[in-house]
Ligand binder design. Structure first.
Ligand SMILES: [Zn+2]
Length: 61
């Protein structure tokens, strides 16, 4: 089973994330590479904090 990042389409080969040069017929398991995982988590955190601050504003008004 080959793991492919669903964001940047890199594939993990022997523990290394590289640009996809694999046959498309290979079975792929979709996941995140470390870079995209970090960006996704950062974006998620930012949205969560924004939501929390909006809720805080609602709470005091
Ligand atoms: Zn990626």
């Amino acid at each position: 089973m080959t793991v492919q990042c669903c964001v940047c389409r890199k594939v993990r080969v022997a523990g290394e994330w590289t640009q996809n040069s694999m046959d498309a017929s290979l079975q792929l398991s979709h996941s995140y590479c470390p870079v995209c995982l970090g960006e996704t988590q950062a974006q998620f955190e930012a949205e969560r904090m924004l939501m929390n601050s909006n809720m805080a504003i609602h709470a005091v008004t």
